[in-house]
Design a protein around this ligand. Sequence first.
Ligand SMILES: NC(=O)c1ccc[n+]([C@@H]2O[C@H](COP(=O)([O-])OP(=O)(O)OC[C@H]3O[C@@H](n4cnc5c(N)ncnc54)[C@H](OP(=O)(O)O)[C@@H]3O)[C@@H](O)[C@H]2O)c1
Length: 286
Amino acid sequence: MSARILVTGASGTVGGATARLLAAGGHPVRLLGRDAARLPDPGPNGELVTGDFADPAALRAAMSGIEAVLVVTADPRLPGHDANVVRAAQEAGVGRLVKLSALAVAEPGAQDFITRWQREAEERIRACGIAWTMLRPRAFMSNTLAWAEGIRTSGTVRAWPADARAACVDPYDIACVAVRALTEPGHTGRAYALTGPAAVTAREQTEVLARVLGRPLAFEELDADRVRRAAEVRYGAEVARALQESAERRVQGGTSRVEPEAARLLGRPARTYEQWARENAALFAG
Ligand SMILES: NC(=O)c1ccc[n+]([C@@H]2O[C@H](COP(=O)([O-])OP(=O)(O)OC[C@H]3O[C@@H](n4cnc5c(N)ncnc54)[C@H](OP(=O)(O)O)[C@@H]3O)[C@@H](O)[C@H]2O)c1
C-alpha cells in the first residue's frame, strides 16, 4: 500500500506520538525527519524518509502521492521552512494540511516573536488553497521534562513562574486529535483550541511529580531575568524574549482558561498532568 499520510516532525513530541498512533492503527504513513535513526517505527504499511525543511526537492519527494500532511515546524527564526513545506504540498497536489500551531495565535494580546511566526504560518496555509485544520494547543505538559536533570541530580525543580496557572495539555491528546483530523472528514477549516482539563502551576506540578516518583522534591523559584538569559544562550535573544512574554501572560492569568474542544474531540476527558506524569515517570528517574 502506498503511503497516504505524511507526518513531519515525526521524531519530535507531537509528530512522534501521532506517527505511533497512525502506525498502530495500520494507516499508511510516511514519516519525515532529518535522521531516519530518530524516527519511530512506521508500521507494516509505512515508510521512513529523510529530508530537511530547507530542501524543497526533498520536501517535494516526501510529499509525492500524499493525501494529508501533519505540518510540524520548529524554528520561528526560519519562516522559510514553513513556506517551503506549503509550496511542496501545493506542487505535490496534497489534499489536506493539519498544522500544529499554538493557542496564543487566537489571543490579540499575544504579540511575541513565536506567536507572530505561528500566526503568519497559519495565514500562509489558509491562503494556499489546500484544505486545512489548525491544532492550537496550550503549553505541553512535556515541557516539564526540562526539570528532569534537576530532579535526578538534586531533587529540586528550579523554574519561573512558580504560581501562575496554565491549562497545559498532554501531547498524546494533541496527537489523538491530529489522527482524527488527518484521517476523517469534517475537520476542514476548523481551528481547535486544545487544553488540558485544569489550569495548574509549576509548584503544583512539582507536588504531583513528587507523589508520582515517591520522593520529596524541593521547588526553587528562579528570577525571571536569569531564566531569560539562560534561554538567550540556548535559543537566541528573540526566542528568549518571546518565551518570557509568554510566561508573563501566564502570570497575568492569560493562559488558565480550560477549553472544551479536546474532550469533545477525544470522546473522553483530556488527560491530567498526573496521568502524563505517571506515563512518563521513567524519564525523571535516575
Ligand atoms: N512546547 C509547547 O509548549 C508548545 C505549545 C504550543 C505549540 N507548540 C508548537 O509545537 C511545535 C513543536 O512541536 P514538538 O514539540 O512536537 O516538536 P519537537 O519535539 O521540538 O521536534 C521538532 C521536530 O521537527 C523536526 N525538525 C526540526 N528542524 C527540522 C528541519 N530543518 N528539517 C526537518 N525536520 C526538522 C525534528 O526532526 P529532527 O531533528 O529529528 O530532524 C523533530 O521531529 C512548534 O511549532 C511549537 O511552536 C509547542
